[in-house]
Write a protein that binds this ligand. Structure first.
Ligand SMILES: Nc1ncnc2c1ncn2[C@@H]1O[C@H](COP(=O)(O)OP(=O)(O)OP(=O)(O)O)[C@@H](O)[C@H]1O
Ligand SMILES: [Zn+2]
Length: 461
């Protein structure tokens, strides 16, 4: 089944074909590591994780890079405030980022390049840009000369003249034109810096991604992804740098941009102060519910965060896991095919809402399956759909018994109470049985009596 993707460069959904089917390359702009990430920051990593899973099913070799920006003025500010070196900040939050992403079921990228370990490549790229007349050094800075690249503005659809005339309040004196952007800047002795032909300094943010994607993926990459907020100026600048450093070669063939996660309709962002940290949310909610929430909207549309949406995702997963619990006695293969309708939805510009609707239908079918073969097929289909979406990855019992908050679940105590309740009911002591049920309710445990005995789960929400 062919994959089609919306390419921000052409503003159209286009059939996707890699330049080299034996080595598909994809780059996602990663975080600047100076604090914990918010759930908005996780939207791109989650949706593009599904894309990578899809690509891996279609092509034998996919190289997926997601970088870490570990040199930045915000990092410097955080380090100075705490009186520590930047490494103690970046090391700590890069690790926290890995943990948060893993908890959300995001597979680690094939490469996770750090900016600070690519300084020679960054300097080499800047030198090439100067040599080819696209950049100039001035007062310890190196700037990219936007006028030297006629295609500037093509990705964001902005008119370069308008950009140049753009309302920069204060234009730095070393810039030839207001739109020129920094490739390298000088560092004072207390700031992190590296020796360079232009003196001791540090790279600008945009050049890091150009240099790291070149180093790991080559001069032309198949897919470059990121949040739509990065389209301008970050991605526009990446295109300018890489294209000019590579003699006019196409930098990224497909540009994919995810829409913003909003909170009460406004972009969730640190600067607005309306963020929910993944690190905190994971303490209160099952990680799969957070992942499901992020997949419930189409990746190009805005998606609104709310506690009600989390609760709805939990109840959806409850329903699916209940089906799997009823099919617990059925064995299925490990290597599950993806049901065709789910695959078709994902191949259509990563239509995850449609894929989830298909998954719900499969769950309905599974509920109705009666004979052994139909039940086996239904379970395989559900798990196959779950695998490509990164959902339904837990044992149903684990799902139902996981603590939703900081509360510890004492399984032995619950089982003992249930045993006592069974005994009470057997001896027709319904008063005692009801007391036990109430006690369990107080503990946040929901019990369900059915044909297969009594089951319990942790009340979520
Ligand atoms: N609300 C959001 N929804 C989806 N993606 C987001 C959101 N906010 C940031 N991103 C993405 O997260 C990544 C990291 O963003 P960045 O390091 O610029 O910090 P930031 O969180 O955007 O800062 P701020 O929150 O102040 O906007 C980028 O890829 C960006 O596109
Ligand atoms: Zn980038």
């Amino acid at each position: 089944m062919p994959i089609s993707l919306h390419n921000s460069l052409t503003r159209r959904v286009e059939p996707f074909a890699p330049l080299d089917p034996n080595r598909v390359t994809m780059y996602l702009c990663g975080p600047t590591v100076y604090n914990y990430v918010h759930i908005g920051n996780a939207r791109g990593p989650v949706v593009f994780d599904v894309l990578v899973r899809l690509l891996r099913r279609h092509y034998p070799h996919v190289v997926y890079a997601r970088n870490i920006t570990d040199v930045d003025d915000k990092i410097n500010a955080a380090a100075q405030q705490l009186g520590v070196g930047i490494e103690s900040i970046t090391g700590r939050y890069a690790e926290a980022y890995r943990e948060d992403m893993a908890a959300l079921g995001i597979a680690p990228p094939d490469v996770e390049p750090h900016a600070t370990t690519h300084i020679p490549q960054i300097i080499a790229m800047i030198e090439r840009l100067i040599a080819s007349g696209h950049a100039y050094a001035a007062e310890g800075h190196v700037l990219f000369e936007v006028e030297s690249f006629s295609a500037y503005g093509a990705l964001s659809g902005r008119d370069p003249d308008e950009l140049l005339a753009g309302a920069r309040v204060e234009v730095a004196p070393y810039k030839k034109n207001p739109g020129d952007f920094v490739l390298w800047k000088p560092s004072t002795p207390e700031l992190p810096g590296w020796d360079s032909p232009w003196g001791r300094g540090r790279p600008g943010w945009h050049i890091e991604c150009s240099a790291m994607s070149e180093a790991h993926l080559g001069e032309t990459i198949d897919i470059h992804a990121g949040g739509v907020d990065l389209q301008f100026p970050h991605h526009e600048n990446e295109i300018a740098q890489s294209t000019c450093a590579h003699g006019g070669k196409v930098f990224a063939r497909f540009w994919l941009h995810n829409g913003m996660l909003t909170f009460s309709g406004r972009k969730m962002s640190k600067s607005l102060g309306n963020v929910m940290l993944v690190h905190e949310l994971l303490k209160a909610h099952p990680p799969e519910a957070l992942r499901l929430l992020l997949l419930r909207g189409h990746y190009r549309q805005p998606l609104d965060w709310s506690e009600a949406a989390v609760a709805q995702s939990i109840s959806t997963l409850d329903g699916w896991y209940r089906v799997l619990r009823d099919l617990a006695d059925i064995a299925v293969d490990n290597d599950l095919p993806v049901p065709e309708a789910v695959e078709a939805a994902l191949c259509d510009d990563l239509n995850t809402p449609q894929a989830l609707a298909e998954l719900s239908q499969l769950a309905d079918q599974a509920r109705q399956a009666s004979d052994a073969e139909a039940r086996r097929a239904a379970k395989a289909a559900l798990l196959g759909a779950g695998a490509i979406l990164g959902l339904l990855q837990q044992d149903p019992e684990t799902w139902f018994k996981q603590a939703s908050g900081a509360t510890e679940i004492d399984e032995a105590r619950i089982e003992a109470l249930l045993e006592e309740r069974r005994a009470a009911r057997a001896s027709r002591d319904f008063k005692r049985a009801d007391e036990i049920r109430d006690e369990l309710t107080t503990m946040g445990i929901v019990i369900e009596d059915g044909a297969q005995g009594t089951r319990w789960s942790v009340a979520k929400g």
